[in-house]
Design a protein. Structure first.
Length: 391
């Protein structure tokens, strides 16, 4: 017996429940293809929405930074890790987002956790959508503020909780803009109005919407007409921007505050300069090539219609490149994902704790690298596979 034996028992339990995660090695092959366990698959599980992670323009920019600064940042931004590449990207992000300033974090996860914990604490109230990303939930919990989880998108509960929180020192609403596992959009305009009425702050995580939504690619805040409001905008460089790292964009005072108080930024090594350079190049592409997001969104809409009309269970309100197909049971979801792999498609099997119990799902993540023929092939195989693995 060792003090670690309980771990093996727990792993066995997770395996029995279909909830064990296994490591896999994925080799990107370009053009949306990858190789997993020796099999060539079309990748419908990546967040590289605009196909930029393999873009030569990003590589060229990253190579220049790599040659100049080396592979690592050497220290946190507060100490000596902030290079010209970091400064340039922060300025570029602020211009892109139309905000006073922006601040980089090592990851989007760290941006959410560190920002929430820097904005609220004891004596404050934080309101969190039930389906928010884990990093928002973790930030709320770490903050020590009183946490109120509201039903998904339920603006009436938000209003009620804000009334109840009238005596709180500070109030903060946190939400994904495009929900990462459900693919639907938060009622951002209503949340902003409620926040403004009650003197609350609003933090919007645009991780899956930056570069994908909005006339200039700024995300769903732009699409909702919320430009210019003092919203705390969180983003990641790791999805549509094809790089790595997180950021917050907003008013100057907010950014100054986070630079000296957000612990996940203060006590973690700054981003690799090459990641900053690649993200800068990606922002240029987002601005110059709006056709990428337009094609992505119209292809996603076509796939959604095709799957829905075949009777598959797609949650209502799904609007972008994330298309979940609900199955419910984790084992069945895994079996369906395996069957799709045998037909050449990599689709993520999403299970608890990523989603609530009973809502396991296949999550299709479309990118601009999927051709109409790829999408048609996936739809046909999915319909066939799910007929033989009914939920
Ligand atoms: N927010 C959301 C909504 C996400 O889906 C993710 C990543 N899955 C993150 C934040 C974290 O971003 P990063 O991968 O850059 O840590």
């Amino acid at each position: 017996m060792t003090p670690l034996d309980w771990i093996t028992a727990e792993l066995n339990r997770l395996s029995r429940e279909g909830l064990l995660r296994k490591t896999r090695c994925v080799r990107p092959l370009g053009e949306g293809w990858c190789e997993v366990d020796g099999r060539r698959l079309k990748n419908f599980a990546s967040n590289d929405y605009l196909g930029l992670a393999g873009d030569p323009r990003l590589h060229e920019a990253a190579t220049a930074a790599l040659s100049e600064c080396g592979s690592g940042a050497r220290a946190s931004a507060l100490v000596c890790g902030r290079t010209e590449w970091h400064q340039r990207l922060e300025q570029r992000l602020a211009t892109f987002e139309g905000t006073d300033a922006a601040l980089l974090f090592p990851t989007g996860y760290a941006a959410n956790v560190g920002t929430i914990a820097a904005l609220v604490g004891h004596g404050d109230v934080v309101l969190c959508d039930r389906l928010n990303h884990a990093s928002l939930v973790d930030g709320c919990q770490l903050s020590s503020a009183r946490l109120r989880v509201y039903p998904h998108g339920d603006i009436e509960t938000v209003e009620r909780e804000l009334v109840k929180a009238a005596d709180a020192r500070r109030k903060l609403i946190v939400t994904d803009s495009l929900f990462s596992m459900d693919g639907d959009a938060a009622p951002l305009k209503e949340l902003w109005d409620a926040a403004a009425r009650h003197g609350a702050m609003l933090l919007v995580d645009e991780a899956h919407a930056t570069g994908v939504f909005g006339a200039t690619g700024r995300g769903l805040t732009e699409e909702s007409g919320l430009e210019g409001r003092p919203i705390i905008k969180v983003g990641t460089l790791s999805k549509a921007l094809g790089s790595q790292g997180g950021f917050v964009a907003g008013p100057r005072a907010l950014i100054d505050w986070l630079f000296t108080t957000a612990r996940t930024q203060m006590f973690s090594t700054a981003l690799a300069p090459a990641a900053c350079a690649a993200a800068c190049a990606a922002l240029d592409v987002v601005e110059r090539e709006p056709l990428r997001r337009q094609r992505l969104l119209s292809e996603a809409e076509r796939l959604r219609r095709r799957l829905t009309s075949s009777g598959l269970q797609i949650p209502t309100g799904t609007v972008g490149p994330i298309i979940p197909v609900l199955l419910g049971d984790p084992e069945q979801t895994l079996a369906a994902a395996r069957a799709l792999e045998e037909r050449g498609h990599l689709v993520a099997a999403i299970r608890p704790p990523t989603v609530p119990r009973g809502t396991s799902r296949l999550r299709i993540s479309l990118t601009v690298q999927h051709t109409p023929a790829d999408v048609d092939a996936l739809a046909a195989d999915m319909i066939e596979v799910l007929r033989s693995h009914p939920s």
